[in-house]
Design a protein around this ligand. Structure first.
Ligand SMILES: *Cc1c(COP(=O)(O)O)cnc(C)c1O
Length: 421
């Protein structure tokens, strides 16, 4: 796509021809003190609120007020099976089968629960591979798992690193790690889309590599879900987790999605932490029954889930269902391509996009390194009504989200940045 043009007129035309442009009206767009829409490029951190979310939550508040405990069975959307109402949409969104997906807990908690089952080290095979620029929570989680099993968290953690002077990761370097230490590695745990660089990894390639050496493979898809086509089932990954408050617009701290590959669905011997919600639904309320684990991802649930949070996720998934990931990705490729085009026009000596230039290897986010900049630039950008995310020492992470960002947003962002440089 090289037919982008400079100037506001081009952006306006693109918005007019964009079949998804009306979805912006379905979201609350934060405003400045004069009532003008902010340019919100932080959907990779906290997605915006769909206008329908309130009604979904109000429905559950109303049923709770009117029915009390009876709401578990008598609510318009009964709470007992409420999480099941999300499963088909969530599965479709991440390219999984319904039996492989459940919405529960929060992200880092799910990562730990997945490692209880899929990180089962022995004295000779105990190492874990992550990206060197993994999201801090993921790094802390895997380090604590190493310690929990009595291993040294420095010696047991292998970092897949960029080459000297680069930011992106090469598969050949992961292959070299596996060749050298493959039979000592128990788990490969990678961020499906790296939060810092925006690099979208080939999940299938990494999974096949890991499985070839007898390792388990899992992905943190916090920056992938609702952003890129993940095809989790076909990737063959053992597990994946993601949150719902970034691209999935379900509100601060909202629940996490969890994928467990179908090949593990009926394995009752797999070690796991359990609770009453992982137990057979038919006999769950007998309370005295021998534990009988549910098949599929649902068998990793512990507790009855927070319905108000599930309601917010449902509101968001209904929008995703209507749009579909294909159309969303199609717009995303154009929108981010346009953003890259305008950034390039600012000149290599001023800004450098560290995200892969190949659209297949990224989602909507571009991470932009600004030469000789410090955090004051980010503060001035915020004052100018552009909301982005700053990473030390000199990178702004910008996510034009195809559901609610416009081509004009992208144009405005670059114009305002240019004025500050
Ligand atoms: C956002 C994010 C987290 C945050 O974890 P929570 O448990 O939801 O607080 C963890 N890992 C990655 C890769 C993320 O992008």
């Amino acid at each position: 796509m090289s037919n982008y043009k400079l100037g506001l007129q081009f952006a306006k035309e693109q918005d007019q021809n964009d079949a998804l442009s009306t979805y912006r009206n379905q979201f609350h767009i934060p405003k400045d003190s004069n009532g003008n829409d902010l340019v919100y490029f932080c959907g990779n951190s906290l997605g915006l609120q769909p206008k329908t979310t309130k009604a979904y939550i109000d429905q559950e508040l109303k049923d709770w007020a009117e029915l009390g405990v009876e709401g578990h069975l008598e609510a318009k959307n009964p709470w007992l099976p409420y999480h099941e109402f999300l499963t088909d949409s969530m599965a479709k969104l991440v390219g999984a089968k319904p039996i492989e997906v459940v919405t529960m807990n929060t992200l880092t908690a799910n990562l730990h629960f997945m490692m209880v089952s899929f990180y089962q080290p022995t004295q000779t095979r105990y190492k874990i591979v992550i990206e060197s620029d993994a999201f801090p929570s993921d790094k802390y989680a895997v380090e604590s798992q190493l310690r929990h099993h009595g291993f040294d968290d420095k010696e047991g953690l292998i970092l897949w690193k960029p080459r000297e002077g680069e930011e992106l990761l090469h598969y050949e370097d992961l292959e070299a790690i596996m060749e050298a230490q493959g039979d000592e590695i128990a788990l490969i745990m990678i961020g499906g889309v790296n939060y810092y660089t925006g690099q979208f990894f080939d999940l299938k390639r990494i999974t096949e590599l890991g499985h070839g050496y007898g390792c388990k493979v899992g992905f943190d898809c916090a920056h992938g879900a609702g952003n890129v086509p993940l095809n989790l089932h076909d990737s063959g990954a053992d597990f994946a987790i993601w949150c719902s408050y970034k691209y999935l617009n379900s509100g601060p701290g909202s629940l996490s999605g969890c994928f467990v590959h179908e090949r593990h669905a009926h394995d009752k011997n797999l070690n796991r932490f359990t609770g009453w919600w992982s137990h057979n639904k038919q006999t769950r309320f007998n309370m005295r029954h021998e534990f009988d684990v549910l098949p599929g991802a649902e068998g990793w649930q512990l507790s009855n889930p927070p319905i108000l949070s599930l309601a917010a996720i449902r509101a968001s998934l209904d929008i995703y269902n209507e749009v579909g990931m294909e159309r969303l990705r199609e717009k995303s490729l154009k929108l981010t391509g346009y953003f890259e085009f305008l950034m390039k026009d600012l000149g290599d000596d001023v800004v450098r996009v560290i995200t892969p230039s190949n659209p297949e290897e990224r989602g909507c986010q571009l991470s932009v390194q600004v030469k000789n900049a410090d955090k004051s630039l980010h503060n001035r950008l915020t004052k100018a009504g552009v909301i982005t995310d700053w990473r030390e020492p000199d990178v702004i992470r910008c996510a034009p989200v195809p559901l609610y960002n416009s081509f004009e947003d992208v144009y405005e962002m670059v114009e305002r940045l240019k004025a500050l440089l």
